[in-house]
Design a protein around this ligand. Sequence first.
Ligand code: SAM
Length: 289
Amino acid sequence: MHSYISSPGKTVQILSRYGIRLKKSLGQNFLIDTNSAKKIISYAGVNADDVILEVGSGIGSLTEILFPNVKRVVCVEIDNHLIEAFKDIFSENLGEKIQLIKADALKLNYADIAGKYKINKVVSNLPYNIAAPLILKILIEAEDIKKLFITIQKDIAERLLASVGDKNYSSYTIKSNFLADFNFCFQISRNCFLPKPFVGSVVVEASRKDNRVLMDEDFKTGDFFDFVNSCFLHRRKKLINSLSQSNTRYCDKLELIIKLLSEIGKNRDVRAEELYLKDYISLYKKLNT
Ligand code: SAM
């Protein structure tokens, strides 16, 4: 009977055969539950035309189940030792259905890579330490990638999925939700990873939003994100204080900001976590036109 890489026995066997010691600093918590791996691929609804980006392919626990069902999987991995094992395991498919890029995923340009390989989807069990910035980076850079199915630790999922007023509602929530809609798919217990992390994981679907209308109005995403960051600088303080203290661009616009806040039914004491994404977009547009 075929045993999958994602089975506990096969993972342990591969790690010992190649003398691999897993590194916490690289978020190396490998999926050791084949049912979860298959469920991720099934939620991703992959088909024979898909070109998938898999960041952090490790020893190929997901890759093995992904690649027979798609046109191609483009894997990114930083760890040389894992890359050697991966090349050996997938030697028959490398360069064809599986492309392996050795790189730090935070240093790649995703517009270039998505263009070169015609990538349309991401399916990845992301390294914990870089997951949050990486999700934003891919969404900002690679417009052709419309869908992401990402396995991330629970605390990051809570920040992506938070609603106004939740304790996890933050500038990160606003920025990520500006770029995409996020949906909870299912949870994966921490027992399904080796080594066992402190918290469980969640599979989240991200669907890119079409912000072309805003861009036509000369809306600058980077500036907008600076504005949001400034509003959230002191989470427990009033938004107008955080903004005027941290962003010189807005410090002489206090009266206008108070007027704009009142137009959306908020008073001058409002805190950053009380405003919706649409409020931030409207405030930013009115302050910058
Ligand atoms: N895909 C495998 C699985 O599902 O079991 C491994 C996932 S593990 C959570 C994350 C992987 O990302 C590890 O293989 C790790 O070496 C890799 N990684 C960590 N930091 C990285 C980085 N900056 N760039 C690329 N890969 C990275």
